[in-house]
Design a protein around this ligand. Structure first.
Ligand SMILES: [Cu+2]
Length: 140
């Protein structure tokens, strides 16, 4: 192997390592066992992470709200209404208060049944209420 070839190999494997590192860094952070769901309303986009998305298991939810400009949208709190529309039942609505701009965590949320749920998130920054409906499939 010539010096030139080995130098080329060293440089290209370095480039590949950097590319692999960047791909890892740019991947949105998802905790182990988490499921993520996205939906958009008239003025907001909502990204919901559930850890885990499993029935009858207390879950940690993180709701992230962006405005139409794609940036985190400030609100004091959002209202969260989980329902099972095909079955005609729901759990009591929840209020998630803001923890960092556009971030609304909830702890210990229990969805009692597996199946198709609908999580309605109501955002009300400065009185312009926006409802975003997120379809969520919950496993047993
Ligand atoms: Cu049900």
């Amino acid at each position: 192997m010539t010096t030139r070839t080995s130098r080329l190999i060293i440089v290209s494997s370095g480039v590949m390592l950097i590319v692999a590192g960047l791909i890892l860094l740019m991947r949105p952070f998802t905790p182990v066992g988490a499921a993520t769901f996205d939906a958009a309303g008239a003025r907001h986009a909502v990204h919901l992470t559930m850890t885990p998305a499993r029935a009858a298991t207390p879950g940690s939810w993180l709701i992230r709200v962006n405005g139409s400009d794609g940036r985190p949208a400030h609100a004091k709190a959002v209202r969260v209404e989980p329902v099972m529309p095909q079955m005609g039942h729901a759990i009591a609505p929840l209020t998630a208060t803001e923890s960092g701009t556009g971030r609304f965590p909830l702890a210990g949320v229990v969805l009692p049944m597996p199946g198709q749920w609908q999580i309605t998130v109501t955002i009300d920054p400065a009185g312009a209420a926006d409802r975003v409906v997120i379809p969520v499939l919950i496993t047993g």
